[in-house]
Write a protein that binds this ligand. Sequence first.
Ligand SMILES: Cc1ncc(C[n+]2csc(CCOP(=O)(O)OP(=O)(O)O)c2C)c(N)n1
Length: 374
Amino acid sequence: MKASRLLEQLEKMGIQTITGVPDSTLKQFCDGVQTYSGSLQHYVTANEGAAVGFAIGSYLGTGKPACVYMQNSGIGNMVNPLASLANRDVYGIPMLFIVGWRGEPGVKDEPQHVFQGKITCELFETLSVPYCVIDQNTSDEEMDAILSEAERTLSQGDQFAVIVKKGTFEKAAPFVWSNGNQMVREEVLGCILRGLSRETIIVSTTGKISRELYEQSQAVYGDHDNIFMTVGGMGHASMIALGIAKSRPDKKVVCIDGDGAALMHMGALPFIAAQAPENFYHIVINNQAHESVGAMPTGCQQTEFAQVARAAGYCEAAKLETMEAVTQIGEWLTKKTGPLLWEIPVSLEVRNNLGRPKESARENKEGFMRTLGL
Ligand SMILES: Cc1ncc(C[n+]2csc(CCOP(=O)(O)OP(=O)(O)O)c2C)c(N)n1
């Protein structure tokens, strides 16, 4: 299926706004949205709940339903505004969901997607959202019939979901852009690890940052048991790191975050600052994009994370724009007390042969807790 054709059909249904958070299963669709020449207005939001909020506002302002796209892992983020606002028992706000189905039962996928994949259809049933599943064999005519059904549902103030299997959308011209930054994320991560002692506890964010750290750690320390990889639960790495920091004042804890993830649950920053953990250090690797799932821009390029952290109450925050500065992180960690944030701008460059953790998530958790003496 061509993403551009589906987008045209959405416009014909009266949809004027498309909003969401990008997903790997929807990579071709997201590329299509970025390069679409029609008049749909596109907004990447900080999280999927925010996209539902935006869609509600967009409907209130225009009388037209919006389209909200997401990975199925984002369903959790959008349940509250959907159930407590959009549902017919409250305001009855129509919207069309396009949901990438990671972890489809019977299809091998990463551990963080397995359970979420199993319950995806059930969740929409529980939420009283009728849905259809599409795949690479869904013809244009079948898709049109699905959209007609969706239109009928939307016209009653209800929501409808299209659940998209892997490989549904044809490869289109990728959306290519540059953020103008020079430093390469993987090199920055290797440099940070070389500066830190093996005793430092690291909590890393969802996506390729964790995968790159896993490989770099193997190269630098010969293992990766001091790193907790937040493989799912995007945006929660900093609160996990805080939980460790508060319970283990004997350890220095470093959270290695992405800009997209930090934006997703940015309320963590003032909370961390209020807790004033002296042993907590926050690093935001900022490529202005959701690089791990196709590099769609976050849409918040103007955000200066160091300034946000200072305003939130972190005791110190700075932007590190050279490798020389990054090299000093290890030494600063021995001298400075937190909560402290370093923002590091990086390019969108990534290695094609980047691997994935070889152990199960449980094995990784056990190795990590052993490092903490448990
Ligand atoms: C709740 C949720 N929504 C969407 C995703 C899909 N996803 C995985 S990684 C990622 C991008 C992360 O972006 P960022 O934190 O900026 O790190 P980068 O990949 O750019 O290094 C996204 C959107 C997800 N895992 N969870």
